[in-house]
Structure formats: C-alpha cells, structure tokens
Ligand binder design. Sequence first.
Ligand code: CMX
Length: 467
Amino acid sequence: MYNRHGFLASSSSFSSQDLKWVSLLLDHFSHVQDLRSRLEELVPQERERLKEIKSKYGKVSLGDTTVDMAIGGMRGIKGMLWETSLLDPDEGIRFRGLSIPECQAKLPGAKKGGEPLPEGFLWLLATGELPNKEQVDAVTADLRSRSKVPGHVFDVINALPKTAHPMTQFTAGIMALQTQSEFAKAYETGISKTKYWEPTYEDAMNLIARLPEVAAFIYRRVHKGGELHGADPNLDYAANFAQMLGFKDELMHELMRLYISIHSDHEGGNVSAHTVHLVGSALSDPYLSFAAGINGLAGPLHGLANQEVLRWIQEVVAEIGSDVTAEQLSEYVHKTLKSGKVVPGFGHAVLRKTDPRYMCQREFALKHLPNDPLFKMVSKLFEVVPPILLAGGKVKNPYPNVDAHSGVLLQYFGLREQNYYTVLFGVARSLGVLSQLIWDRALGLPIERPKSMTFEYIENYCKSKVA
Ligand code: CMX
C-alpha cells in the first residue's frame, strides 16, 4: 500500500524519483474526504500491484511445509494475503506498517482525551494511509448515517432466551442483519466480478455502523433488564457505543476508543480473521462471513479468553484473597496447570514476547487506575506466570496476551459482566476483517482450497521421500 509513513519509509527497492512521484500523488489525493472515493482511486493501483507481484514473483517459494506444520494447526505456513496488518513474533502487531504507539501518536483523537478514534483506524486499515481530522470526521458521520438497525433484528434476538450466551445472541443478530446485504442482492441480479468490492464496501460499512446498537441491545437485555440507552449523534463511534451500553463516564469512552482500536485486527491467520476471509472466498456476503468469524471468536482459546481471564482472577481472589504474596499466587497457578487447564490470557500462537496490546492497556491502567486491587493482581500475574510457564518447558510463549488485561479495565468502569466481553471484541474486530474483505473482493482473490491429507497419504508420501 502507498502508506506514507510505513511503506515509503521502508521501500528500499524504489528510486527517489519513484518516491517523489508517489508522494506528489498522495498530496494530490489528500483532499479526498470520503472513504469510498479514496478506495475507488486505490483499487486500480492495487490491482496492478497484484498483477505485477504475480507475474514477477508467482513462482518464488515462501518456505517448506512440514508434516508437523500440517498436523499442528498450520503454524508458520505462509498461505494467505492479508494487507491490513502484519504480526511480528517479537514486536507485535503493526497496522498498515504502524505500531500501536505510532498509531497513538499519529491518528486523530477525540476532542477530550488522547486515544485515537477507531474511525481513523478504519481509514488506515482500509486505505493504508493516515487520515486527517476531516477524513476521520467524515467516517464518523458516514457510520452514523448508516446506523439504523431494522426492527426484525431485535425480534430475532428476543426470540432467544436471555440466558443464551451473549455471543450466541450477537451472531443471531448479525445473521438477522444479513437481510440487508447489498452484495447478496447484487449477486442475485447479476454483477460483474470487477465490481464485487462495491457492494462489499456498502455491506462492510453498514455492518460496522450497526454492530454497536445490536451489541448494546444484547447487553441491556441480558444484564440491565432491557432498559435501553439511545444513541447520541454528537458522539464518536466508540463513545456512542459506550453511551448505548449505559456508560457516560468520559474516561470509559476513552477506554472504549482504545479497546476498539487495539482489537480491530491481528493479521489474517487467527481464527476469526481467517474464518471471515475463508467464508468470504466462497462469495458468501459480508454478513455471512462476519457471523462465521464471530463464532470462531467465541472459542475460549481465542476471543472468549478475555471472559475467562476475569473469571479466573476472581476465582483466585475468592480463594486466596487479593493481597497475596508471589508464592501464594505461584501455588495457585500451579494448581490450575495441574488440573489440566490453561492459564487464560497467557501464550500466543505467533507472538513470542509480551503483547503490545497488553502493554498499552497496562499503561492506561497505570495512568488511570493504579490502585485498583484487580489491576494489582494482573500486575503480579505478569511477574509470576511467565517463569512458571517457561519452567514447564512446553509453552512457546509464556507472556501475557491482549486478553490478560482487558477485563480488568472494563470492570473498573462498571462493565463487570464477563460473559459479555467477547461481544465487545467482536464489534472491534469488524474494522479489520471487513476492511480486508473489501480488498479480497477488489483484488479478485479466489475461493480458498488448501490440500488436506489422510494419515495414509502422509505415511506413504514420507516413506517415498526417505526411501
Ligand atoms: N497455559 C497453559 N498451557 C499453555 C498455555 C497457557 N496459557 N499456552 C500454551 N499452553 C500449552 C498448550 O496447551 C500446549 O499444550 P499441549 O502440547 O499439551 O497441547 C503447549 O503449551 C504448546 O502450546 P503453544 O504452541 O505454546 O501454543 P498454541 O499456539 O498451541 O496455542 C494459545 C496458543 C493462545 C491457544 C495458548 O497459548 C492458550 O491456550 N492460551 C490461553 C488462552 C488464551 O489466552 N487465549 C487468547 C489468545 C489471544 C486471542 O486469540 O484472543
């Protein structure tokens, strides 16, 4: 992507003349305020880029695939194009080339408070460019204008028992929204492949715009007796979501901006992102694809871990208290491991250092709630858990991930219902996976179909190789 701050800076293969040209081009286009118009300009460029990569490098090997990789959850297999973000095992996530601190420094924030607005993340993820304030405001206004949720969506959710897990209700709500799909309508009436991205864009933006109200409805229904809080048209996306959930505290609005931004994307291989991409590759519309991804996010080894973390910490406090020594805590961690359970919030399939999404939440806590007893517990776990997991010898990454911290921040501001936390994660994840889905269709990426094998196939293949 022609990302002024990431791509240009790191593109040693471009001559200074090329860089000057791209820079001039960027300045020329910087006046475009509407996200769709900007994408219209970028789509032909990116299609050309894909064509060039395929013709120049199509036959270049990206590495070997081993039997361990094939039966070990495809770890390390480079098998997918994902433009919106890239995960480095040591450094953590970069959104279109920018680290979390760089995004915090460079993306426009709210009038009060310093956290970037998720609308700016959406522009960055979708275009690869840093938006200016006017562009971010235009996204806020656009999302607001698309936010009306049809009444039948609430009827569908209301048909489920209130005891249904909030993630089940959330997926049902997204599926009910699918009646609005522009892509499904366009496909049925006949649309050229070259235009697939356009109704995908409309669906993606409508979905992102409507998810907060659906999510807030579920929260109020399950946990607050069904009393709803209307939207406030003066608020940005995240603050308005917090408002609809029932939180007026400006610091909670600020936390929601941070929360949505850092949960928005984590490259393409994680279960939720990959599922959206995979299901979308069958030309299932963005609603069907996103609902599928959300079902993956609902698994305890993925997004549901943030619920599990707070539950586990509360069990620790209930059993041994909050003012505990490192030895007592260590004993409890050993007890959890001995019972065959994982320590939630620790470990990662790709990361090999502390997750920067954990660190920026820790910084938020140090600034705003340094004396909260549960935050102190999280800090102690940060010291106690990694050496224990390391000593066990099998965990590849003993350090905390994003989910180890989010619940503690949310409970501080009064959002204590842990079984709801993954719904927040789901709303946030829409920004990244749907931005990528627009590009999947714009670039004409094909239906996914990796090769699977039987035991017998593997045995025979390997015997023939070692013979
Ligand atoms: N506690 C105990 N054991 C753990 C562990 C943890 N936190 N993390 C990994 N392990 C174990 C694995 O279960 C595996 O054990 P077996 O060999 O007996 O099956 C072994 O260590 C090796 O696992 P790994 O290669 O280090 O990790 P994976 O890539 O297989 O799994 C993850 C990654 C995140 C599922 C795993 O670390 C885990 O279960 N963590 C706890 C749950 C969690 O926090 N999930 C959220 C991740 C972030 C997100 O997606 O939102």
